[in-house]
Design a protein around this ligand. Structure first.
Ligand code: GUN
Length: 300
C-alpha cells in the first residue's frame, strides 16, 4: 500500500518565520519597530487560544504585539473607536480583529473600518477586490499559507485542477482567487453543490475548508491527489477530546499522494503568514523603505 507524503506545516511555517525575522531586523535597522494589534471581543475559548498563539508568535518573531481584550457586551461604537485609534497609531502596522464577533456587532462594518494598509487579514473590500484583480495586496493568511504549502509540494501549479470545498470569505473564496492566479483550473463546491464527491474525484488538488469533521474520505479522491486540510474540528472519541480535520486522514492515506496533517499542517502556516503580512504592512506604510529593498514584495 503506497502512503501519502506528509506535508509538514510546522517545518514550512518555521522557514517562513525565519524569512520574516530577517525582514523584521531590516525594518528595525532603519528605525521601524513592526507592531501588530490583536483585538478579541468576548471569551470564545477557541478564539482565546488562537489569539494567544498569534501574540506569542509575534513576540518570538520580534514583532511588537498590542493585545486588546474587550468584554462580550462591548458596543459596536466602542469597537469602532478602538479601530480608529489603532488606524492612527504609528506604532501599529497591522490590525487583526478576531472573528467571529458577538452577534450584536456588524462584522462587515468593523472589517471595513480597518485601514486597508493595516489590514493583515486581507478582509477589507479594497484588499478583497485587489486580490480578485490579481493585484499585490494583503492576502488572507490561511489561503496564503496553503499556497505556500502547495508550491513547496507541487512546484508549478499551472494547469492543475483544484477543487475548493467551502466558500467562506476567510478561506474558500480567497483560496479560489489565489489558485486562479497560479493558473489552476478552479472549481468551488459548497453545501448546495450537486455531486460534490464526483467533482472532487476530478481534482489534482483538493482544499477542504468546510468545518465538518472527517467528511472527505478516499472515495472523494482521484489516486495521487494532493490534499490540503484546512479544517480544525474538536471531536470526542473513546471518552477523549481530539482535533481532526475535514479529511479522514487514515482513509485517504493510500489514495492521496500528499496530505497536510491536523494538527501540524495548515494551522502553523496561518500564523506564520500573519507575521509575514504584518511585516508587509509595515513596508507598505513606509514606501521609501520598500523601494530601497525591491526584494520585499508582497507574496503572490
Ligand atoms: N477566525 C477564524 N479564522 C480567522 C482569521 O484568519 N482571521 C480572523 N481575524 N479571525 C479568524
Amino acid at each position: 500500500m503506497s502512503c501519502a507524503t506528509l506535508i509538514d506545516g510546522k517545518a514550512c511555517a518555521a522557514a517562513v518565520i525565519r524569512e520574516v525575522s530577517v525582514e523584521v531586523k531590516a525594518l528595525k535597522d532603519v528605525g521601524i519597530d513592526p507592531g501588530l494589534a490583536v483585538v478579541l471581543v468576548g471569551s470564545d475559548p477557541a478564539s482565546q487560544v488562537y489569539v494567544r498563539n498569534k501574540v506569542l508568535r509575534a513576540e518570538e518573531t520580534g514583532i511588537h504585539s498590542f493585545e486588546h481584550k474587550l468584554a462580550a457586551d462591548t458596543s459596536q461604537t466602542a469597537l469602532l473607536t478602538l479601530i480608529e485609534r489603532l488606524n492612527a497609531d504609528p506604532q501599529v502596522h497591522g490590525i487583526l480583529v478576531q472573528l467571529p464577533l458577538p452577534g450584536h456587532i456588524d462584522e462587515n462594518c468593523i472589517l471595513q473600518a480597518v485601514d486597508p494598509l493595516k489590514d493583515v487579514d486581507g478582509f477589507h473590500s479594497e484588499n478583497v477586490g485587489g486580490l480578485s484583480q490579481g493585484r499585490n495586496v494583503l492576502t488572507p493568511c490561511t489561503p496564503a499559507g496553503c499556497m505556500r504549502l502547495l508550491k513547496e509540494t507541487c512546484g508549478d501549479l499551472s494547469g492543475q485542477h483544484a477543487v475548493v470545498i467551502g466558500r467562506s470569505n476567510i478561506v474558500g473564496k480567497p483560496m479560489a482567487a489565489l489558485l486562479l492566479q497560479a493558473n489552476c483550473s478552479v472549481t468551488v463546491v459548497h453545501s448546495r453543490s450537486h455531486n460534490i464527491r464526483e467533482l472532487c474525484r476530478q481534482a489534482d488538488i483538493v482544499i477542504a475548508a468546510v468545518g465538518r469533521p472527517q467528511m472527505v474520505d478516499a472515495s472523494w479522491l482521484k489516486p495521487g491527489a494532493v490534499v490540503i486540510d484546512v479544517g480544525i474540528n474538536r471531536i470526542e472519541q473513546d471518552g477523549k477530546s481530539r482535533l481532526v480535520g475535514d479529511v479522514d486522514f487514515d482513509s485517504v492515506q493510500a489514495t492521496a499522494s500528499a496530505i497536510t496533517p491536523v494538527p501540524g499542517g495548515v494551522g502553523p502556516m496561518t500564523i506564520a503568514y500573519l507575521m509575514k503580512n504584518t511585516v508587509t504592512a509595515a513596508q507598505l506604510q513606509y514606501p521609501a523603505v520598500r523601494h530601497a529593498k525591491p526584494s520585499m514584495e508582497i507574496p503572490a
